[in-house]
Design a protein around this ligand. Structure first.
Ligand SMILES: [Zn+2]
Length: 172
């Protein structure tokens, strides 16, 4: 571990500011994906667009994001559109547990789909957010109480360098 005392990583104010931004962005992202997942249990929103033999669909269904490829002539080359139906209505793809879905294409049943659950994004986002909130609180505490940015030692009586870890605080 480098003991470079002029290392900008240990300047408190920019660190607090960066961490505040990270907390804000991660919270917004976590809430957004969670709301999308929640709404998908009430209604199914889809983006549908046609290809030469049918249509592609990107659908939010029961907490999963599902991609479909249907072979249906009446949908071929249809323009991009947004549809929304009741979660309980219409045919739906089966579930492989935990929100994963998959069905291979076959000539007898010409539909392919693959789905990933949104919790796969929500869980790491929420954990990263929690970690950033803890860091943010610690940095704020150190900034407010004159503690060393790196090790948390009280450096109010030693303006030159931290007696514990040797960090020369950059005065901001
Ligand atoms: Zn220190």
């Amino acid at each position: 571990m480098s003991q470079n005392n002029r290392d900008d990583r240990w300047r408190l104010k920019p660190r607090v500011r960066r961490t505040t931004w990270a907390v804000g962005l991660l919270t917004v992202a976590t809430v957004l994906v969670t709301v999308l997942a929640g709404v998908s249990f009430v209604r199914r929103d889809s983006l549908v667009w046609g290809h030469d033999d049918g249509s592609y669909t990107l659908q939010l269904d029961r907490g999963s994001l599902v991609f479909f490829d249907y072979a249906r002539n009446n949908f071929a080359r249809s323009p991009l559109r947004w549809t929304s139906i009741d979660a309980g209505s219409g045919p739906r793809a089966g579930d492989r547990g935990l929100g994963f879905l998959y069905k291979a294409w076959s000539a007898a049943d010409p539909i392919f789909f693959v789905g990933i659950p949104l919790w796969i994004a929500i869980v790491p986002l929420a954990l990263a957010d929690l970690l950033c909130i803890c860091t943010w609180r610690r940095l704020r505490h150190r900034a407010a109480h004159g503690l060393c940015a790196r090790c948390g030692y009280d450096v109010r009586a030693s303006p030159g360098a931290c007696p514990e870890c040797g960090l020369h605080p950059c005065h901001e």
